[in-house]
Design a protein around this ligand. Structure first.
Ligand SMILES: Nc1ncnc2c1ncn2[C@@H]1O[C@H](COP(=O)(O)OP(=O)(O)O)[C@@H](O)[C@H]1O
Ligand SMILES: N[C@@H](CCC(=O)OP(=O)(O)O)C(=O)O
Length: 274
């Protein structure tokens, strides 16, 4: 297996149970697989959602709050809980994790963007696993989606993939990949295995979020795929409840839906390791 720099994004629908609490079985398996992949020499960045959902559940609320201050308070509570659990689990496997919270303004400013890129490189080259989320308690681009560039963790994961010159972006969701239509609305649709061109036809297949806690749905995943593939990075969407599939993906198996990076654009990291 060639050494790769991999970004793995996991969605709220995968990481939480219906009551909003962390799905510990899923998180444990994911951390175990990521730790193992890292032991094999790969560099791993985890982009995690679920802070808001885990937070409002821990605050004793039964549904997602509607007002911004309470949503942002929930994000603060949930992020603390998420990172505490990730840190404990990565420690169990002898790994060191680090938290990075960012928002659009960090990337608009050249100096902040460079600092961020340097931080990722410093962590990754030391074998530390960055755990990334949008800084929801400070910014509200994600929550209100005013900013079209940023605004959800699918997009965030794509931006992190570019910033880190990653080789591969893997998006773990509650579906097996991109279907010909939303499989929660039409159970007869087929899974699309490979997409080499993200055109209007592909964009038209994508619907919104499939659960109350998911925010972007398939459309933000396709936009993320369009961003990374235009920079030569492949993206795979697959089922998050089976993290062991990550081994097969790294071995080149046809798992989920693979969006093929444009061949003319090879990432700097690829050039470094060729
Ligand atoms: N064409 C499609 N193929 C697959 N899933 C789709 C499609 N259109 C809409 N969806 C919905 O997108 C959902 C995944 O997005 P989302 O709910 O935001 O999850 P996550 O929390 O993983 O980001 C699926 O559960 C599904 O209902
Ligand atoms: N930053 C938010 C996640 C927003 C988001 O994009 O969620 P999802 O669609 O589940 O990936 C949080 O941590 O709750």
């Amino acid at each position: 297996m060639k050494v790769k720099r991999i970004i793995v994004k996991v969605g709220t629908s995968t990481l939480t149970n219906v009551d909003g609490k962390i799905n510990l079985q899923c998180m444990e398996q994911l951390v175990r697989v990521l730790s193992d992949i890292q032991s094999k020499g790969h560099e791993v960045v985890l982009v995690t959602s679920a802070a808001i959902t885990v937070g409002y559940s821990k605050m004793g609320l039964s549904t997602r709050p509607k007002d911004l201050p309470t949503i942002q308070a929930a994000a603060a509570v949930g992020q603390c809980e998420l990172v505490h659990m990730y840190d404990r689990l990565f420690n169990e496997y002898g790994r060191t994790a680090a938290q990075i919270l960012l928002d659009a303004t960090d990337l608009e400013n050249a100096e902040r963007k460079q600092n961020l890129s340097n931080t990722f490189n410093a962590l990754l080259t030391r074998g530390i696993i960055p755990i990334v989320n949008e800084n929801d308690s400070v910014s509200h681009t994600e929550i209100r989606s005013k900013n079209k560039l940023f605004g959800d963790n699918d997009t965030l994961s794509a931006i992190v993939a570019l910033l880190c010159n990653a080789n591969l972006l893997i998006n773990l969701s509650d579906v097996d990949g991109l279907y010909a239509a939303d499989p929660k609305k039409d159970c007869n649709v087929h899974l699309i295995r490979e997409v080499s061109e993200i055109d209007d036809r592909i964009i038209a297949l994508a619907g919104g979020a499939g659960s109350v806690c998911g925010t972007g749905g398939m459309i933000t995943k396709i936009r993320a795929a369009r961003l990374v593939t235009s920079h030569g990075i492949d993206m795979v969407i697959t089922q998050g409840s089976r993290p062991k599939a990550l081994y097969d993906i790294l071995n080149g198996a046809a798992i989920g839906t693979r969006f093929i990076g444009k061949p003319q654009a090879i990432s700097q990291f690829e050039r470094r390791t060729q």
